[in-house]
Write a protein that binds this ligand. Structure first.
Ligand code: ATP
Length: 605
């Protein structure tokens, strides 16, 4: 941290004294680079942090630059008023572009945003008010008392201050709840929804944010060059911007800035060779994607790793992290046995395949309910319907008497349903702590107004979430792994992280999808202890499992599915005896060995 602060201070000092070393041409180049750096930060936020393809960044940029040009030269507004209105225009376009994001997935968004960028170029080239192909000249320089901003050197300092503020705000967003949710959405939008992240609205917010950066850059550009023309906002420049973000390392805002500086300088070197320039950008992008997917920003880590492997740097000699014991939850009196989940005649068809057929079942508050059945019998599909990932073909799902059929996953998460996934869906590029922090934050997307008006409130909220996360890490014995990426952890530990993340939502109903899959005997025993403690704390648990020993010892009732239908429902003893259950399992070769185990366990009770 000490080195980081010293590094940042050195860079700021360098940027502050840079103009003293530059001639009038190079200061102009530096000014254009800063504009591109601001644009790249915005693109990095929406693409690298939030994972949404945005080819409209150049359109936000153009809309604000043209807005400033038209409002100052045609409507007679002063520069700052025009700039404020132009920002508003860019932000409105950002919201409009973000609207399809409420419904569409990423690659469709790419096409929509590309369409918008093309439409803008087309419009400014042909519209009379935008000056056609000649563009608009005579834009006044911004006025500041006592400072002549016609002077490129003074303009540099204006840009530098705006840039530093924009970068600081971007970094603040990335490292606080909004950015964390965006990163979670990027890593796994499905799991993000399941922990209560309002994914569609968040996608829209990401576009809005990037449009603000586009607007800022556009306004500065208009004030700097004092002339706008269509070629500055062309698709070629959009791809240049994209290349900056990819080369720099899109997941790091600093990387985006480095990419903007590097490619702008390369552009300067190749200014007399425009044909080769395109080939050079393309080659650098391809080389980056193949050899350094994390871009320039990821290089130091890769180099350190390489040096460690060849023995030039000492390896990690710290103590080996260890999974701690689970600390049981405080017990609460068992709730009255009232239905918390009611599934009523639910069917789910995938084209011709009937994954669920008129399933009805009720789970009472405070129960641990087991759901078993041969492979492909519809267990996970049932969880997906209950947690809102699938809209059932027919039937209704009630949560404590409230009809929640086909509610969005994030709505259901906020109503108290939490779940884990059969094939672990942790946020891969987030640390274990951040995985928990995403789920712990229960504020709605609307609370993000605080990022504009009350950053201290955001900071305080983040600090309180961190304290809660530390408690949860400790409870689940994960403190040693708090800063690790999930992929670095043993499988059993990852499963525990997923349960901890689900519990971070403080759910009333917890759905566990094959939590014992891949665990060894001791881990299964610990899992059983964790599930019992969760139930004792007042949470109802529904558990899909193939490990019959675990199901029979843990669950008070078991529902058995076969071919999408409920074939038995009762105490473990009852279902183990039911001939249709034995028959269903014998029909499934993978599970047939479990049948004696059912009977054995039942006999032991
Ligand atoms: N999104 C989908 N599209 C098409 N078919 C699907 C989809 N999801 C599930 N299915 C099908 O529905 C059936 C039930 O699958 P499901 O995953 O619910 O079974 P399961 O009981 O959980 O199996 P397992 O124990 O192997 O996890 C399977 O035939 C599966 O191929």
């Amino acid at each position: 941290m000490k080195y980081r602060i010293a590094g940042i201070a050195a860079l700021v000092a360098f940027a502050w004294y840079l103009p003293y070393q530059l001639d009038s041409y190079m200061i102009h180049v530096a000014n254009v680079i800063i504009v591109f750096a601001i644009l790249a930060i915005g693109l990095g936020l929406v693409m690298g942090v939030a994972g949404q393809i945005n080819l409209a960044q150049i359109a936000f940029f153009g809309a604000a630059a043209y807005g400033t040009a038209i409002l100052t030269t045609r409507a007679g507004f002063g520069f700052w008023t025009a700039a404020a209105l132009a920002m508003l225009i860019a932000a409105t376009i950002g919201l409009l572009v973000g609207t399809p994001a409420l419904r569409m997935q990423s690659h469709y968004l790419g096409i929509v945003t590309l369409g918008l960028a093309l439409a803008l170029t087309n419009w400014v080239t042909n519209a009379h008010i935008a000056g056609g192909a000649e563009g608009i000249s005579g834009i006044p320089a911004p006025e500041l008392p006592g400072i002549d901003l016609h002077n490129a050197y003074f303009f540099y300092y204006l840009e530098l201050v705006v840039f530093l503020l924009a970068l600081a705000f971007g970094l603040f967003v990335v490292h606080t709840p909004l950015g964390r949710k965006m990163r979670a959405m990027r890593d796994d939008s499905l799991a993000a929804g399941a922990v209560g992240v309002e994914v569609p609205q968040l996608r829209m917010t990401a576009f809005f944010l990037s449009s603000i950066y586009g607007g800022l850059a556009g306004v500065l550009y208009a004030g700097l060059i004092r002339y706008v023309a269509p070629e500055s906002f062309s698709i070629a420049n959009m791809f240049l911007l994209l290349a900056m973000v990819i080369i720099g390392g899109r997941q790091s805002l600093i990387g985006c800035v480095v990419g903007a500086v590097a490619l702008s300088l390369l552009r300067e070197v190749l200014v007399d060779y425009p044909t080769y320039a395109q080939v050079a950008y393309g080659s650098v992008v391809v080389l980056t994607v193949v050899f350094a997917p994390t871009g320039l920003a990821g290089l130091p880590k890769r180099i350190r790793g390489l040096l460690r492997r060849v023995g030039w740097l000492p390896g990690d000699t710290g103590p080996v992290p260890k999974l701690g014991p689970f600390l049981p939850y405080a017990e609460t009196p068992r709730p009255a046995a009232e239905p918390i989940l009611r599934i009523d005649e639910v069917s789910m068809h995938f084209r011709g395949l009937k994954a669920l057929q008129e399933i009805s079942m009720t789970v009472n508050a405070g129960e641990i309910r087991g759901i078993v059945g041969p492979n492909g019998s519809g267990k996970t599909t049932l969880f997906n319907v209950v947690s809102g990932l699938y809209r059932p073909t027919a039937g209704r799902v009630y949560l404590a008497d409230k009809d929640m059929t086909a509610a969005s996953p994030h709505v259901l998460a906020r109503k108290g349903i939490a779940r884990t996934f059969q094939n672990l869906r942790l946020f891969a590029l987030l640390s274990v702590r951040d995985n928990l922090l995403v789920a712990l934050d229960q504020t709605s997307i609307l609370s993000n107004w605080r990022y504009v008006l009350w950053q201290a409130g955001v900071w305080r909220h983040d600090q309180s979430l961190r304290a809660e996360a530390d408690e949860l890490l400790q409870r689940f014995g994960l403190t040693d792994f708090a800063d690790s990426a999930p992929g670095e952890l043993p499988y059993g530990t990852q499963r525990r992280v997923e349960i901890a993340r689900a519990m971070a939502r403080r759910p009333s109903l917890l759905l566990l999808d094959e939590p014992a899959a891949g665990l060894n005997g001791e881990e299964v025993r610990q899992l059983s202890e964790i599930v019992r403690s969760i139930r004792a704390s007042g949470v109802t648990v529904v558990i899909i499992e193939h490990n019959m020993g675990l199901v029979m010892s843990l669950c008070e009732r078991v529902t058995v599915l076969a071919s999408g239908r409920v074939i038995a429902d009762g105490t473990p003893a009852e279902v183990a005896r039911a001939p249709q259950v034995v028959e269903a399992y014998l029909g499934d070769s993978a599970m047939s060995e479990d049948v004696p185990e059912i009977v054995e366990t039942e006999a032991a009770r």
